[in-house]
Design a protein around this ligand. Sequence first.
Ligand SMILES: *Cc1c(COP(=O)(O)O)cnc(C)c1O
Length: 381
Amino acid sequence: MSVALAPPDVAPIPVLDPTPDTERYWDELNEAFQRVMRSGRFILGPEVEAFERETAAYLGARHAVGLNSGTDALLIALRALGVGPGDEVVTTPFSFFATAEAVSLLGARPVFADVDPATFNLDPAAAAVAVTPRTKVVLPVHLYGAPADLDALSALCDRHGLALIEDCAQSFGARHALGTTGTVGRAGAFSFFPSKTLGAYGDAGLLTTDDDALADEARRLRAHGGHRKYHNEVLGYNSRLDALQAALLRVKLPDVDAANRARQAAAARYTRLLEGVPGVVPPADQPGHVYHQYTVRIGGGRRDAVAEGMLARGVATAVYYPVPLHRLPPYAGEGFACPVAERLAGEVLSLPLWPAMDDATAERVVRTLHEVAAGVPSGGA
Ligand SMILES: *Cc1c(COP(=O)(O)O)cnc(C)c1O
């Protein structure tokens, strides 16, 4: 394959550009940074408490517990519900590794049920088939920011007496008819990894719940299993949220709805522009979708060649995720079959998207995609 370069006068388009946000909030971020540096309180403390109050109010949850990552939010939610060896957790194979990893780290077993080909999210019918007497939790992911089918999954959990835990790492601010994602199940696990719809300047996470006992247990587990320092009661974790991340996130929180609306507008623009592009399937228009990712499908085994061709012409894209979880080494030996997830893993391509992305950038992405996909010999590919 020949290597084509982007025209030298045009900057490459990244998958994600966080700099407009940082510039926009520069003064407030600096003020928050200085406030924390001068406070002498760097872990938990008043900034984290304020962030917990503000996120709980925004999301409509009774409790929000600040943690050091989305992975730990999953781990601590599962652990607080008593998930351990001998238990099964029904989940999606089409997600980031952490979703299943948290289950396995507790000695429990993730049971992968296939996804819906239109929404990419856990298929409630497949989840129902995967339930056994050992099942304790159903763990859907609101993939790419699109709420999973919480009506059907809540009903499934009610029928079998299971706990619903929502992996909301990609869906901060996404709303389902039953409520904001993260407030419908027993617990929600959020990530503020920098690329997410509410992004920190490092690792950060949050657990939400309406359950007083679960919140209390999460607070104990995040601080080495003790409510009081040096009076550790059980084995826990060091998973406390940094005051600095909380303070920086508080700057961006009031505008998260506006940012998500900008993502939705950018997605609608992509879908409009893609109408004339053959062989590229835009994502289904799902209510409440906040477009952490705008992900198209390109079939026929052409996806990787299209991505390479676009990159050669200065447009980065990303594949979330190239290998479904049940095919990764920790799980590959168990013989799970999830044909929809397997097909999607070979077809999905996420296009560049950030709230402040302009028309010209989106048009260039789609023009490049169109030309590359059609095999137009414009400088290679
Ligand atoms: C990002 C992500 C996580 C993990 O969050 P971290 O904050 O990076 O630990 C978990 N699940 C999904 C679906 C994610 O996208």
